[in-house]
Design a protein around this ligand. Structure first.
Ligand SMILES: Nc1ncnc2c1ncn2[C@@H]1O[C@H](COP(=O)(O)OP(=O)(O)O)[C@@H](O)[C@H]1O
Ligand SMILES: [Mg+2]
Length: 505
């Protein structure tokens, strides 16, 4: 049984301080939540503990004794195991091979007896895995269990899990949280990184909140609540889960009928999907990542061809709309922005060759700058100057640049793909407010997100996408989390459920 203490840990990257004098105690056998917005410094702190980074200052104590963790092997030797946000498994190897890889003897060990050991281990912890299946054939929820078994196999007493629930469906999350409790009841110490308040409140004994590299508070979860934690994370009061008031809707703006879309690798990603969005409503699409969301939005935006079916956008030009639709892409750094260009230039990216920004071959510098200043004001883009390269802005401010550009000219249809992904609570609320204002104006909005609570809160109607098909369209004001969660997992959908993996013979 070992208490773990971090004392005054500081970590700098160049002149940026990612961890600023952080001190916390994790009690043996407890579940300690590490909470903070994106970029708060959570992963950095845990990478120090697991030997990936060296701190610039500070000390790590195990059972009151100072220890040096110079490499991941040191951490493992001291019983510290980290399950990273991005799994580190070898897809072509089996579960058993992945678990024993890197252990003394490694792949020369007798597979059959190792598989037996792993089965026993998995039964002890309720972490069911098929020991001989290849990892690439397993759903992510099961791959995660493999990662956990891998550190248990190495006899870790302290388990660090970095945003483990980000990849799971709501149903899987429930099971996962049970696993955490099970591990703690067997005297494992858990550090659970999350930015989801519910989950932290549900399983953690104690919680530490980081904000911009600083430790804001550490306390028992029994002594706090969601609202207080949210406030501590962002240092101002935020409304969570505010639902838009119902409003009357207009004509159909987006009309998708029996759409089939294949990926560039000819995998059928959207399979016979129909959907309509009317002026003045937000239609949400919930679903686990990779169920056809990307191909659906790319097809609507004209980036991927439809194999079959139709997509019609009815924009009424007499209303003065200058472009039919706005697209807020999923990956703003790859699709939405040119990082090396200034804010001002990114704001006119699509209008580059049009009046009033361009006359002949000359860019109208003054018009471009006025446009930029107006956008910076209207969308509260925090920057010292409109000439700053977009790559130097925070994620939230980059997203505001995209919104400012895309929402200019009052588009009739807005396709928002994970518009708050990676943003902190403050920036999330601002993005959501902008979209709600567009809805009030009468825009038709398709809002796609893997964050179930978010998409439920933002939508008037809510569809669930599962394996390329739309299962159900629900009234978002009456739908329950459980209803939607089951559909996301492919249960109660009417869609035939194919086996997700099969054991090799
Ligand atoms: N290897 C690195 N080099 C430079 N900056 C980094 C590095 N790792 C993290 N950072 C920066 O440190 C900050 C904290 O990052 P991180 O610990 O990943 O946050 P969190 O896990 O809370 O989202 C971020 O601003 C990030 O850009
Ligand atoms: Mg992180």
């Amino acid at each position: 049984m070992s208490d773990l203490q971090l004392v005054n840990i500081t970590k700098r990257f160049g002149d940026f301080t990612a961890n600023d004098g952080i001190s916390l105690t994790v009690h043996a056998g407890s579940i300690h939540g590490l909470l903070g917005e994106n970029g708060a410094g959570k992963s950095t702190l845990m990478n120090i503990l697991s030997g990936l980074y060296q701190p610039d200052e500070g000390e790590i104590l195990l059972d009151g004794r100072s220890v040096q963790i110079k490499a991941p092997a040191d951490a493992i030797r001291r019983g510290i195991g980290m399950i990273h946000q991005h799994f580190m498994l070898v897809p072509q190897l089996t579960v058993t091979e992945n678990i024993i890889l890197g252990c003394p003897g490694g792949l020369h060990l007798d597979m059959r007896s190792q598989a037996q050991r792993i089965t026993e281990l998995s039964q002890t912890y309720g972490l069911d895995v098929p020991p001989l299946a290849r990892v690439e054939n397993l759903p992510v929820g099961i791959q995660q269990r493999v990662e956990i078994l891998k550190v248990l196999y190495r006899q870790a007493r302290i388990l660090i899990l970095d945003e483990p629930t980000a990849v799971l469906t709501p149903g899987e999350i429930q099971g996962f949280l049970e696993t955490l409790k099970q591990l703690a009841s067997r005297n494992h110490t858990i550090i659970f990184i999350s930015h989801k308040l519910d989950e932290v409140m549900a399983v953690c004994n104690e919680v530490t909140i980081l904000r911009r590299g600083k430790q804001v508070a550490s306390c028992a979860t029994a002594d706090t609540n969601r609202t207080e934690l949210a406030r501590l994370m962002v240092d101002r009061h935020v409304e969570i889960n505010s639902r838009p008031e119902p409003q009357s809707t207009g004509n159909v703006v987006l009309d998708v009928q029996d759409l089939w879309v294949s990926t560039e690798h000819q995998v059928e990603a959207v399979r016979g999907l129909s959907l309509q969005v009317r002026a003045g409503e937000i239609v949400g699409i919930a679903g686990v990542d990779g169920n056809g969301q990307r191909e659906l939005t790319d097809a609507i935006a004209g980036l991927l061809p439809a194999k079959k079916g139709s997509i019609k956008i009815h924009a009424n030009p007499s209303k003065g709309t200058s472009k039919p639709f706005a697209y807020i892409p999923e990956d703003r750094q790859k699709q939405g922005l040119v990082l090396g260009f200034s804010i001002a230039r990114n704001l006119i990216l699509k209008a580059f060759t049009r009046l009033p920004f361009c006359r002949g071959w000359l860019l109208q510098r003054e018009k471009i700058n006025t446009n930029a200043h107006q956008a910076i004001q209207a969308f509260d883009i925090r920057t010292p100057t409109s000439q700053l390269p977009v790559g130097q802005l925070s994620g939230g401010n980059q997203q505001k640049v995209i919104l400012a550009r895309e929402l200019a000219g009052d588009p009739a249809l807005i396709i928002a793909m994970q518009p708050t992904r990676g943003l902190d609570i403050g920036a999330t609320a601002e993005v959501q407010q902008s979209l709600l204002a567009q809805r009030t104006r009468g825009a038709a909005i398709l809002y796609i997100s893997t964050e179930l609570e978010e998409v439920m809160a933002m939508s008037d109607r809510l569809g669930v996408i599962y394996r390329g098909q739309l299962v159900d369209m629900l009234d978002a004001s009456t739908a329950t989390l459980e209803q939607v969660g089951l559909r996301m997992a492919g249960v109660h959908t009417g869609v035939t459920r194919e086996p997700i993996y099969s054991e090799p013979a």
